[in-house]
Unconditional design. Sequence first.
Length: 346
Amino acid sequence: MPDKTKGGIMALNRYALLAAAGMIALSVAPGYAYEGGVDVRTKPGALIGASAGVPPPGIYMFDQVFTYQANLTGPGVNTALGGNTHVGVQAAVDVQGFLFVPGWTFLGATYDAVVVQPFVMQSVGSPVNAQAAGMFNTYIVPGELAWQNIANTGLAVKIGLGIYVPDGTTTGVFGTGNVGNPFWTFQPEVIVSYLKDGWNLSAAIYEEINTRNTVSNYRSGDILHADFTATKTIGKWTIGPVAYYYGQVSDDSCSGPSCAYATGILGNVQRYNIWAVGGLVGYNFGPAAVSVWATQEVSANAHGAPAVAGADPSLVPQGLTVFGTLSYRLWGPDEETAAPAKMFHK
């Protein structure tokens, strides 16, 4: 493989364009938290390791797997779970995705696009006893624009818009009994990075904006994400601390005769905030690159569920994530012009 291709793989790993939209979905408690619970489309921390960089033109693929192990916490532990602090939440997710870099520029920015398909298994322990498995909603980023090495400072900025398509596995009366969601989610993003001398100092901010469930007419509130990366690449190794935050920033809504729930948003958590810290390590093999990061959620709170005074049933998961990625280049325009290797010698 040409050196330029190897450089592309290094960039793909270092700049985490495996997460150029990096979108992996996780619904932490379907059927129990239903539409009013902590039900995120994008895995918190999905853009850890990401930056505003872009690899050379080509088609890239990435495979991602992660596990999430947590317990439910919040005021609902006492009001809804009888003081049980060991109600477990588990998830295992596998993702395949493609990154397209055609080599186009617009307003001085490099264009790319991403398609991601997650498959999810998840469960909530006793006394909830809920399990689900299937295909999550497909995530499509029709376009991102990245301004790189602005004024030769090492600074870079990327903006984009992702869309979750309601094509995942759905079951139940309101379509919320499995891992898929019967509604669209739009996700604008901005990434600001310092990329110089092997450093990747990046902050990725993105927000989930949900449409109404087409069956129940319930609309889940918007969710804000912030992922932070501070890694250093030395030779083929990349290492450094990482962190993430996510929280609900607007209320759910469901009222009137069109709302399928007689109680509307009553009893459903309206605000939560979760912070996590951890570390990342990666290795560039040349044709492919591997990275693994792990985080522990160190702070989690939930509140705001409209209910009887003093009986807030709000719950939120708090736990550990281990997240691995394999990324590689499938094709590049330089490969078409490269001289064919000799198959024999005289």
